[in-house]
Design a protein around this ligand. Sequence first.
Ligand SMILES: Cc1cc2nc3c(=O)[nH]c(=O)nc-3n(C[C@H](O)[C@H](O)[C@H](O)COP(=O)(O)O)c2cc1C
Length: 296
Amino acid sequence: MIKLSNGHEFEYIAASGTLGYNGKGWPHEWSLRWMGLIDPSLFTIVAKTVTFEPRKGNFKLWCPWRCIRLLPGGVINAVGLTNKGVRWWCEEVGVSVDSEKISLAGSILSNNICELAEMAQMLNDFDLVAVELNWSCPNNGTDLASNTANIIAGCEKVKEVSRFSLIAKLSVVHNIREIVPRIKGVVEAISINSVPWNVIFPNPDNDPEKESPLAHLGGGGVSGKIAQGHTWQLVKELADITSIPVIGPSIWEYGDIEAVRKKGAQAVSFGSVFLQHPCRPTRFVKRDMKENRNRN
Ligand SMILES: Cc1cc2nc3c(=O)[nH]c(=O)nc-3n(C[C@H](O)[C@H](O)[C@H](O)COP(=O)(O)O)c2cc1C
């Protein structure tokens, strides 16, 4: 369980990109929500990331598989932050967020710190439970590994202007030993993004067999069970070096919840499992809550 300084407590996250911009799910998920097979009330939901300006990215509604592919035990995506921008989000989504009904965290991304701070200020008007700073999108053309100074400065700047508790979303390629000590006392939790394809499947000889199916879009990010070796290693390393609570990703089977807790995660997040097995997160959370109750 993670308790934020605003009093909001959470144990289960629906990761950014899973339940849309408002936490009620993407249109293809609505029927499952109506049937109770996806129950947003069980999760703290991170809204889909928005950028300062609208961004075309790679996603096309009529052809989602262009940039999202299902793999055995996971997903690879190169959505590239397709979104209508923060102003659209504020006008169309933010105004109807009600934390009594849904626990929604905003998610913003910019490598320009002034822009990021402006976005964070815009979110202050809404009834969110937290704000996640997405420093780790593998598909936006940034060299993630060399972004250390920007991440530290960006978190500090947003902390100055935001009224919300902050979550920093990091990547396995980040230099956590430099970043994490500097964001202690600034962010209140750390989450973990998908893993760049070439980190999981290095291909020094440029073997076409080992190429990402989304190589034409930069390679993409891998998530789900097949990313656990990397994402859970990061959970463990973070838990070893910091007291900032870590949110454990890549839950695929029920037993993964306990397994990632053992690595040091204080909450768990459901990401690409929503794409392949949309009913699992709700089923797993209900079972985990019940088994925890029985244990206590
Ligand atoms: C189709 C798709 C879209 C995503 N969009 C976002 C996004 O907008 N912002 C973000 O921070 N993460 C995004 N993610 C990453 C997930 O939130 C999550 O961090 C990632 O899938 C790793 O978790 P997992 O192994 O549990 O799936 C997206 C993932 C997928 C598969």
